[in-house]
Write a protein that binds this ligand. Structure first.
Ligand code: MBD
Ligand code: FE
Length: 304
């Protein structure tokens, strides 16, 4: 026998009350969202006959997830961050907005305020010189009609050879492998860095704990993140995912997309093996000044 009460007027009224509908304070928007969360949670509990043990395990899980700062990692791993891209793509298609480099997820590991360089810069601090392959990463940022954009900001970040990111990995130097490069008069950016390794979720962390129960791994292919922006143009959040990586099309965060695969070419330089990666970006026109900005997602050192 299944007993259900979530749909009854009494319970609906109760959730409205809990969501603050009975007062004139607070945020109407948040009230609407919380009411919906309560309704949907109640329906989920009834429909899947969630036991008390399951419910309290989930509450404890959220505590542990937040305690480890992994909420942003879990939403990436469950594909919700990718869903936001699919939804924005569909909204764009519905109004005929197309063209340019595809967007893909930001991920949880951006840090604001990276050093700014004009045209060209080195990104690595040299600490992995004995194990890393040097990488020359360069390309052109173009506008909708293909003309190069001078003065565009290429804000890029990537992992080291162990797949970890500075700031979150406290053993790395400040802003290691994080830079903002302003494109030169020909729209070019050039970074001297190292070939990154793929990221893996902390095997001991709550995100991997969930993925284990889903029978999934928590690995990403080697990749490089980008925010690209220029006055009058639509902000682009994207990544280059590296061809040849075992996880290229088996990314736990579903970030790899057609048009975002980078081919690293290896050659023998004077100092040994050198990797070269060329990747151009194309921005759309901004339809309003809002479109020039990245999302308002809270980020590390955003207000620093
Ligand atoms: C990453 O480096 C990343 O890019 C994403 C999306 C999730 C976890 C780690
Ligand atoms: Fe990443």
């Amino acid at each position: 026998m299944t007993v259900k009460i979530a749909h009854t007027p009494d319970v609906q009224k109760f959730f409205e009350q809990a969501a603050g509908f009975g007062n004139d304070e607070g945020s109407p928007r948040l009230k609407r969202i919380v009411q919906r969360v309560l309704q949907d949670t109640a329906r989920l509990i009834e429909d899947l006959e969630i036991s008390e043990d399951e419910f309290w395990l989930a509450v404890d899980y959220l505590n542990r997830l937040g305690g480890r700062g992994e909420a942003g990692l879990l939403v990436a791993g469950l594909g919700i961050e990718h869903f936001l891209d699919l939804l924005q793509d569909a909204k764009d298609a519905a109004v005929g907005l197309a063209g340019g480099t595809p967007r893909t997820i930001e991920g949880p590991l951006y840090v604001a305020g990276a050093p700014i360089a004009q045209g060209e810069t080195r990104m690595d601090d040299g600490s992995e010189a004995d194990v890393a392959t040097p990488m020359l990463l360069e390309g052109v940022v173009r506008g909708p009609d293909g003309q190069p954009l001078a003065g565009a900001t290429v804000d890029l970040w990537h992992a080291n050879t162990r797949g970890t990111y500075s700031f979150f990995d406290q053993s790395q130097s400040e802003y290691n492998l994080r830079r903002r490069i302003i494109t030169d008069a020909q729209g070019r950016y050039r970074a001297h860095s190292i070939v990154p390794s793929g990221y893996g979720c902390d095997p001991q962390g709550p995100t991997q704990e969930c993925l284990d129960l889903l029978g999934r791994h928590g690995q990403r292919p080697a990749h490089i993140h980008f925010f690209i922006s220029a006055p009058g143009h639509r902000h682009l959040t994207t990544q280059i995912n590296l061809a040849g990586d075992k996880y290229l099309w088996d990314d736990f965060a579903y970030a790899t997309r057609d048009g975002l695969v980078g081919e690293v070419v290896f050659r023998e330089g004077e100092q040994g093996r050198l990797a070269e990666l060329r990747f151009d970006f194309q921005l759309q026109q901004a339809l309003g000044s809002e479109a020039e900005q990245r999302s308002g997602r809270p980020r590390a050192l955003q207000h620093g």
